[in-house]
Write a protein that binds this ligand. Structure first.
Ligand SMILES: Cc1cc2nc3c(=O)[nH]c(=O)nc-3n(C[C@H](O)[C@H](O)[C@H](O)COP(=O)(O)O)c2cc1C
Length: 220
């Protein structure tokens, strides 16, 4: 796939086929991701790839916590407020997603069911968790973001889909305990990975973008 075309056609996938991802493809994607740039080439990323029965068990643990309304104790807390322009974009993102699925504004149950799909990994057969050592700072989080994007693009290049998910980081104690990792490993992101299901209605949703004029100041 041509690079610029791949960049513009990648989008978050929220409905996957259950078809397993071959280990060869997983390795190719991770091999691409480890080529990501990082601050003084420190390569701070630590990665857990979970599939098969382990994926099902971990999904159930997280789903149970989320559906019981357990408050998030994420290592990287969710923002509590946004500047107005960003809050507007976030609200539009939610509203347009609900519209695609026919979920009404006051349908609290419909919205909650959609939220809970995060913990089913949207049906993806594989979930990848990204960790950082807790001694690391903002630049390493930045590096991990680059890693996540490269991974998503490499997957896209192989015909696979991804959804980057902060939601699956809400219960880091449960994730670390399941993966037998120490508390010093900060859970930063989860990435659902699998073959996109073209029949899933949620995959009809296409996110918008602010125009260049809203983002870029030119100095000539
Ligand atoms: C750090 C981060 C966390 C995200 N968390 C979630 C999430 O928990 N659930 C979800 O459905 N999408 C999540 N997303 C996906 C965004 O909603 C998505 O990237 C954005 O709406 C733009 O859409 P696109 O990826 O299709 O271009 C996350 C994306 C990023 C970068």
């Amino acid at each position: 796939m041509e690079l610029l075309q791949g960049l513009s056609s990648r989008r978050s996938v929220r409905g996957f086929k259950s078809t397993p991802v071959p280990e060869e493809a997983l390795r190719a994607i991770l091999q691409a991701a480890i080529r990501s740039p990082s601050y003084t080439n420190t390569q701070p990323w630590e990665v857990a790839v979970v599939s098969g029965r382990k994926r099902d068990a971990l999904s159930q643990i997280l789903y149970d916590l989320a559906s019981a309304g357990t408050p998030s104790s994420a290592d990287v807390p969710a923002p509590t407020q946004w500047p107005p322009a960003l809050a507007g974009r976030a609200a539009e993102h939610s509203a347009r997603r609900f519209r695609v699925l026919g979920i009404e504004r006051d349908d609290a149950d419909g919205r909650n069911q959609l939220r809970l799909q995060n913990y089913r990994f949207f049906g993806a057969p594989c979930i990848i968790f990204l960790f950082l050592d807790s001694t690391l700072g903002d630049w390493s989080t930045f590096d991990l973001g680059l890693f996540a994007q490269t991974l998503a693009l490499a997957a896209h290049g192989l015909g696979l889909g991804t959804c980057l998910q902060a939601s699956v980081t809400h219960y880091p104690v449960a994730v670390r305990s399941f993966l037998d990792l120490p508390p010093s490993k900060k859970l930063v992101l989860g990435i659902s990975l699998g073959y996109p299901d073209p029949a899933a209605p949620i995959n009809r949703y296409e996110s918008a973008r602010a125009g260049l004029d809203e983002i870029v100041k030119w100095y000539r």
